[in-house]
Design a protein around this ligand. Structure first.
Ligand SMILES: [Zn+2]
Length: 272
């Protein structure tokens, strides 16, 4: 299913998801901005997304991807093929986009299996038809994640998904994520448009503060000698049912334990 919103002149948010009982399992958002398509929704919605772009007669000149995840890259292969336009993605994503891994069953249900995409590497500054886009490396949510700044608008992919996280995906690196949020806070923008919501600068700041406070709490307990499991019990014993359900459904690809381990730096790899 697909919903869309006009944000401003030549600026549209497009929300897509696989329908289940009249509701999407989960929404993912991509954008049309002055000739650019920023992210592309999930594989299940690829045809619907293409039909929308065609029907609205959006003048698409290029596709930019913030990271390789299937709910952001899933429609790129069809849009590229239909409009004969280039897909630009982080250099680090090119290999995995061309040879996507088989995603776990729950993600195949919710988003779909991604198809191979041939993308070109993003440059730091790009002149694209009507606008200039700056690419900022913002790893953390994934190893390859970038954000885009154009005029006073930020496209942040999944840099912020939940301002008060209680659960995290296994591949996420909170140390990098905190650094990336700090980097973004130094830039001049009004609104950050992401894959799962919009945030003003204060919203981004709140997310950063919450993560830093949570890290402090986790560090104190860890320094007292508590195990990761005990830290999880201490901080996250009273969580909504849906958090537990998500842990179970994803076979702990998403979990509170991942969040604690990530905050402790266990997912952090030194950069080359
Ligand atoms: Zn993602």
């Amino acid at each position: 299913m697909l919903r869309w919103k006009r944000i401003a002149e030549n600026f549209i948010s497009i929300h897509v998801g696989k329908e289940y009982n009249g509701e999407p399992y989960y929404w993912t958002t991509f954008y049309y901005y002055k000739g650019l398509i920023v992210d592309t929704g999930c594989p299940h919605a690829a045809e619907e997304s293409l039909n929308f772009v065609e029907k609205k007669k959006l003048d698409a000149n290029a596709i930019l991807l913030t990271h390789y995840h299937e709910d952001h890259s899933g429609g790129a292969y069809l849009l590229k093929e239909r409009f004969d336009i280039d897909v630009f993605a982080p250099r680090k994503s090119l290999e995995i986009l061309a040879n996507p891994l088989e995603v776990p069953a729950y993600r195949r249900t919710v988003w779909g299996q991604p198809k191979p995409i041939k993308a070109n590497p993003l440059k730091k500054e790009m002149e694209l038809d009507r606008i200039t886009v700056t690419t900022i490396e913002t790893p953390g949510h994934s190893f390859d994640h970038v954000s885009f700044l154009t005029e006073n608008i930020m496209f942040i992919g999944d840099l912020v998904t939940n301002p008060t996280p209680v659960i995290m995906k296994k591949e996420e690196d909170c140390i990098d994520l905190i650094d990336s949020l700090k980097k973004i806070m130094n830039l001049d923008f009004e609104t950050a448009y992401g894959g799962h919501g919009f945030w003003d600068k204060n919203g981004v700041k709140t997310t950063l503060n919450n993560l830093e406070k949570l890290k402090e709490k986790v560090d104190v307990l860890w320094d007292k000698g508590l195990s990761v499991e005990r830290v999880v019990e201490k901080i996250f014993s009273n969580v909504p049912e849906k958090v537990l359900l998500m842990e179970e459904m994803s076979e702990s690809e998403w979990s509170r334990k991942n969040l604690v381990e990530s905050l402790l730096g266990m997912r952090h790899k030194p950069h080359q």
